[in-house]
Design a protein around this ligand. Structure first.
Ligand SMILES: Cc1cc2nc3c(=O)[nH]c(=O)nc-3n(C[C@H](O)[C@H](O)[C@H](O)COP(=O)(O)OP(=O)(O)OC[C@H]3O[C@@H](n4cnc5c(N)ncnc54)[C@H](O)[C@@H]3O)c2cc1C
Length: 429
């Protein structure tokens, strides 16, 4: 890594990431017997948990993962790839082997908590001392006659929507967040980029954003809503909030019961997350794992959970990594390797990429309002701001000679700021 690429601390804003998992207070001689932490899944929550336990469990905890995947896919960048503004990157899970993390290929099928045993979909049995479930949620389509955009698998189809608009086949496109889609930021990124593309090509397109939220980007509080309103207005996107959309027939969208229908050529909708119940573990009414603030699955000893698969209200990668950190701390406490664990509190962090000027948004969940900035407020400037995951992916990018979209954007911006400062100094001389 070229150290000149690392921006001045002053550019990072007032809230550099706090160190979350502190050094453990244990004596290495105290725990000669290594125990197994089995982590099911390999998304952001599982990766963050594996890195945190690995870092602080030392030789006392063996970290193993159980996943059907062979790579970690950085899903958030799927919103820019249809516009050729970046590519989704994937990282081989085999690289975790270098950290001593063993990856079992397979799926979690059931848990026998009394025997601390996991059965896999492939008929194997794996023993654990501590089990952390981070198998995510199912993405369910909730809007008929729509392209349900859930990530990399829909990049091609979304690209087709853009091509149809450019070719004049589609003129009116609606982007829809149905009730239950709590992380709506990707929809704003898709709608704003579509509007930008239409404007760049001087197309006579009409773009709608129809959302169940009371205000745009509502999870970021009034400041986020103001930013959302401004961006949509400037881009000419028509906003309909408080929606409970239905599509009685293809091309006919009714935003709220009793509303006049909107005739549209294409509808792009967010999926609604639904839980993946695990036999042997409890589930709430929607199939999510109920957890306490320390990531412990309620009523089951030695089982923890983090990420979209838990009962947490907002399904977001950054929050999932924070849950994973809280669960990792609990495991360290329960393993006798530390004396206290911080509860999950939740700070939403997001990079909204829509055109040449990304915006950074943040809100502590316990506060009513958040803040926005055109400078990154955390580093590295990843879209999933995991305390350990983001630097880990950044290091892999650097080693591969690649650069993440997020870092490239921030480097360009820092470069512009540096050049502006140099010119200003020269003018002053
Ligand atoms: C288009 C889009 C954009 C997004 N943008 C952002 C963003 O900018 N910032 C942000 O923070 N979040 C964003 N998100 C949300 C974020 O992607 C999710 O919240 C996050 O991926 C959830 O992480 P997770 O680890 O809980 O689950 P997942 O990422 O869903 O990972 C689940 C893992 O479990 C594995 N698995 C599934 N079933 C089993 C099983 N039975 N046994 C073992 N393993 C299993 C899967 O293979 C996968 O590895 C976005 C989501 C989408 C769809």
């Amino acid at each position: 890594m070229a150290f000149s690429d690392i921006p001045d601390a002053a550019l990072l804003g007032p809230d550099p990431e706090p160190a979350r998992v502190r050094e453990p207070a244990f004596s290495p001689a105290a725990r000669p017997q290594a125990r197994t932490v089995l982590i099911a899944g390999s998304g952001p929550a599982a990766m963050e948990a594996a890195l945190a336990v690995r870092a602080f469990g030392g030789p006392h905890l063996h970290v193993q993962m159980l996943t059907p995947a062979t790579a970690y896919v950085h899903r958030p960048l799927s919103v820019v790839e249809p516009f050729a503004a970046g590519r989704v990157r994937s990282y081989e899970l085999a690289r975790l082997g270098e950290l001593g993390i063993r990856v079992h290929r397979g799926t979690l099928a059931s848990v026998d908590a009394a025997s601390r045993l996991v059965r896999t979909g492939e008929g194997r049995e794996l023993r654990y001392d501590f089990l952390l479930v981070a198998t995510g949620a199912q993405a369910r389509g909730a809007v008929p006659h729509a392209l349900t955009f859930g990530g990399p698998a829909q990049i091609e189809a979304m690209h087709g929507v853009i091509q149809d608009m450019e070719g004049g086949w589609s003129r009116r496109i609606a982007f829809v967040a149905p009730r239950g889609a709590t992380w709506t930021l990707p929809l704003y990124e898709l709608a704003l980029q579509t509007a930008q593309r239409a404007s760049d090509a001087c197309l006579d397109a009409e773009i709608f954003l129809v959302t169940h939220e009371r205000a745009p980007l509502e999870v970021f509080g009034p400041t986020g809503a103001e930013l959302g309103e401004t961006l949509l207005r400037d881009a000419g996107v028509r906003l309909i909030t408080g929606a409970d959309p239905s599509v009685p027939q293809a091309g006919r969208l009714v935003p709220r019961p009793g509303d006049a229908p909107l005739d549209v050529d294409r509808i792009v909708a967010l999926p609604v997350p639904v839980g993946r119940p695990v036999p042997g573990l409890p589930a709430d009414g929607r199939g999510f794992l109920p957890v306490d603030a320390h990531g412990r699955v309620r009523g089951v000893g030695h089982v923890y959970a983090a990420g979209d698969g838990t009962s947490g209200e907002i399904k977001q990668g950054g929050l999932g990594t924070q849950m994973a950190d809280a669960a990792a701390e609990s495991i360290l406490v329960d393993a006798g390797l530390r004396t206290d664990a911080s509860p999950f509190e939740g700070v939403l962090r997001a990079t909204l990429i829509a055109g040449p000027r990304p915006m950074y948004l943040r809100r502590r969940l316990r506060e009513a309002d958040g803040d926005v900035s055109d400078r990154t407020m955390w580093w590295p400037p990843g879209k999933i701001a995991g305390h350990r995951l983001a630097p880990f992916l950044d290091a892999l990018d650097t080693e591969d000679g690649a650069e993440s979209v997020e870092r490239a954007i921030e480097r360009r911006r820092s470069g512009v700021r540096r050049r502006v400062a140099v010119v200003a100094r020269e003018v002053a001389r």
